[in-house]
Write a protein that binds this ligand. Structure first.
Ligand code: IPE
Ligand code: IPE
Ligand code: MG
Ligand code: MG
Ligand code: MG
Length: 300
């Protein structure tokens, strides 16, 4: 059985998401201090500081603390991963991709500005993420490892977007195998990179890093199965992004391939796998356990 904290799906009674404000402040300070064309800065701020869940930054911070590090060490990678995530959302919403007009309860960036500026804001968010890591992590070897981790996660995310949008799979693989490949790449890769970067800046042992990797893989896949389920079970108003998009665009999703009930069982299986991966970590991983439960039952 899945363990559960019994928390309501969307109200954060334990203050689990409170540290997200630290990351928003850090991001705002970084973006305001960087020389940029003003219209580009505004576009970037619109995308990255919009009201999102900030789950990837929280994963970075809680993974860092779980291995014995302090939260402040995690701010640079936490901000960097949110910039990569925001870039992925801006480009995911473009007419050439999912063609969405609503994101985080607001008009998508290309609707608010123009397609050209949205493309360029996405490009800039990617460059800025790596610049942040290169300039704000003092230890050169650590900086190199964290940059390599984020680069690999970003490249896997892009590969996943290609599998999702321009599929070219081997004929032999089953729809379920395709689906796992799409989801582990397009969404899982950045979640895995989040916990691994957090572990790295917290100076994790090899065992701790391995535990974080397994946890990140499980919650990364789980997160996208939940996203697929919410697309069919929630309203546009509640989600702050267009519901029912996946069926409309014939996307390969868990509910489409195995149905809603089996998708929910898959979420529970992955939730259990994530908890099991944390077992060697002990009490310091409590926020990661709680985040996992929160992500399994979220409704937006
Ligand atoms: C949406 O991610 C895109 C997916 C990878 C499913 P989130 O659900 O984390 O979006 P925000 O950041 O809260 O807006
Ligand atoms: C998004 O998957 C994955 C990335 C943005 C990398 P979706 O296309 O399902 O995300 P939403 O539903 O638009 O947020
Ligand atoms: Mg998409
Ligand atoms: Mg989309
Ligand atoms: Mg979706």
């Amino acid at each position: 059985m899945s363990s559960s904290t019994g928390s309501p799906a969307d109200s954060d009674t334990r203050g689990l998401t409170a540290p997200a404000a630290l990351v928003d402040n850090y991001l705002a300070e970084f973006l305001d201090g960087r020389a940029l064309p003003e219209n580009l800065r505004e576009a970037i701020r619109y995308a990255v500081l919009a009201p999102g869940k900030r789950m990837r930054p929280l994963l970075v911070m809680y993974a860092c603390e779980a291995v014995g590090g302090v939260r402040e060490q995690a701010l640079a990678p936490a901000a960097a991963i949110e910039m990569i995530h925001a870039f992925s959302l801006v480009h995911d919403d473009l007419p050439a991709m999912d063609n969405d007009e609503l994101r985080r309860g607001r008009p998508t960036l290309h609707v608010k500005t123009s397609e050209g500026l949205a493309i360029l804001a996405g490009d800039a968010l990617m460059g800025l993420a790596f610049e942040l890591l290169a300039t704000r992590i003092e230890d050169a070897e650590l900086s190199r490892s964290v940059i390599a981790e984020l680069a690999s996660g970003t490249n896997d995310m892009v590969a996943g977007q290609v599998y999702d949008t321009f599929p070219a799979f081997d004929r032999d693989i089953t729809p379920l195998e395709r689906l796992a490949a799409i989801h582990l790449h397009k969404t899982g890769a950045l979640m895995k990179a989040s916990v691994r970067m957090g572990a790295m800046v917290g100076e994790a042992s090899d065992e701790q890093l391995a535990a974080m990797t397994s946890y990140g893989e499980a919650i990364g896949l789980m997160f996208q199965v939940v996203d697929d389920v919410l697309d069919v079970t929630q309203t546009t108003e509640h989600l702050g992004k267009t519901a029912g998009k996946d069926a409309e665009q014939d996307k390969l999703t868990y509910p489409a391939v195995i149905g809603l009930d089996a998708s929910r069982r898959e979420i529970e299986r992955l939730q259990d796998a994530a908890h099991a991966a944390l077992r060697p970590m002990g009490a310091s991983a409590r926020p990661l356990h709680e985040l996992c439960d929160f992500l399994a039952v979220r409704t937006k």
